[in-house]
Design a binder for this molecule. Structure first.
Ligand SMILES: Cc1cc2nc3c(=O)[nH]c(=O)nc-3n(C[C@H](O)[C@H](O)[C@H](O)COP(=O)(O)OP(=O)(O)OC[C@H]3O[C@@H](n4cnc5c(N)ncnc54)[C@H](O)[C@@H]3O)c2cc1C
Ligand code: SF4
Length: 329
């Protein structure tokens, strides 16, 4: 590991003022330290932001604000989250392990890097790690890779479970920039598709800090589900996952949200399937049709055609699970 300096700041303003291009913020460190050990991230300086950002979950006029330093375990067990935004807790609990969730922060979860094996192997070409070097996964081992929204520069998927639920609930990300300017980025615009700049995962300005996440109050808490398929039952990233949420009146769908992980470079919303569901009866036939619509136009790679039938099944299961008693998981 390359030598680095380490400092702690006590508030967001000082943290951003202190940040230089070769420095990195560190929160829980569950992704960054691994990247440093593997020589993928080589910061000259680490700025510990654990004391700089809120670790509180607060009710607001519009909904709820989650401080960027709220640990994943605290997020998944908070009473306001469990009663009003249970989709968030379901997604968080489907990820990582209890030990990692105890360390991982909300802000860091949004910024974790892809789990593409070539990204972690510094002997392999990888445009995300080394722009212009090529994409080893495009014609190589791409079983875990994307089926939509990719480019010939990068076919990686975003690994977060929490982000799939945040995408479904149209969250927004509050940031503070280096000149102390504050801004909110709509969640749908926060993560990027790879295009010809796959080294850029998101639209967070250079040296800016995520301070909190907002979710507007919504009616989806009664009927929502997060279903994740993976190679083993825990401690594994999604092959495909689906966050589903329905606003029902009697059995009619007033509004629907469907988002997936494991399919694209960013959490992916199935807007056409959502539009189909609105105004329909909540039943197996309509769920099956919505899943078929979601699959239209997907382009699997050589090693992941299996993801299409898997995704169809997971979308149907997630929608069906929205009708069950809303228990956790
Ligand atoms: C073995 C293993 C299994 C895992 N399984 C899953 C899984 O199944 N599902 C899942 O969703 N996740 C999984 N994770 C990932 C884990 O959730 C993330 O590593 C974690 O959420 C990152 O949070 P952190 O606070 O530790 O981030 P850090 O490692 O501290 O930081 C990550 C990045 O974010 C930056 N950063 C952190 N906070 C801020 C901020 N507030 N503002 C600006 N920049 C910031 C850092 O500079 C760094 O670049 C797994 C991790 C491991 C190690
Ligand atoms: S898919 Fe992306 S992360 Fe993986 S090798 Fe290709 S460029 Fe690198």
């Amino acid at each position: 590991m390359r030598p680095f300096s380490f400092s702690k700041t006590e508030n967001a303003a000082k943290a951003v003022a202190y940040k230089k291009d070769q420095a990195q913020f560190i929160a829980g460190g569950t992704n960054l330290v691994d990247l440093m050990k593997k020589h993928i991230a080589q910061p000259e300086a680490l700025i510990d932001i654990t004391g700089s950002l809120s670790n509180k979950i607060e009710s607001t006029v519009q909904g709820i604000r989650i401080g960027a330093m709220v640990r994943n375990s605290a997020l998944a067990t908070d009473s306001k989250i469990l009663s009003q935004y249970p989709l968030i807790a379901k997604a968080v609990l489907a990820g990582a392990s209890p030990q990692i969730r105890n360390m991982a922060s909300t802000g860091g979860n949004l910024l974790q890097r892809t789990r593409c094996p070539y990204f972690y192997d510094i002997t392999s070409p990888c445009n995300k790690r080394k722009p212009g070097s090529g994409c080893s996964a495009l014609k190589g081992e791409n079983r875990m890779s994307a089926v939509v929204g990719y480019s010939d520069q990068c076919v990686a998927v975003h690994p977060s479970d929490l982000c799939v639920a945040l995408a479904a609930l149209d969250a927004s990300v509050n940031i503070t920039g280096q000149k102390q300017q504050k801004a909110a980025i709509a969640f749908k615009d926060f993560h990027r598709l790879p295009g010809d700049q796959p080294h850029l995962d998101n639209t967070l300005p250079v040296n800016a800090l995520i301070t909190s996440i907002d979710i507007a109050a919504n009616p989806f808490y009664k009927n929502c589900a997060y279903v994740k398929l993976r190679d083993r039952d825990s401690y594994a990233f999604a092959l495909v996952s689906v966050a589903a949420a329905l606003h029902l009146k009697d059995n009619k769908i007033i509004d629907a949200r469907l988002a997936s992980g494991g399919v694209a470079h960013k959490p992916w919303r199935w807007y056409a399937a959502e539009a189909y569901l609105k105004g329909k009866e909540a039943n197996t036939e309509n769920f099956e049709k919505a899943a078929t619509i979601a699959l239209e136009g997907l382009k699997p790679l050589s090693g992941n055609t299996f993801k299409l039938p898997m995704l169809k099944g997971v979308i149907e299961t997630a929608l069906q699970s929205c009708l069950s008693v809303n228990r956790l998981i």
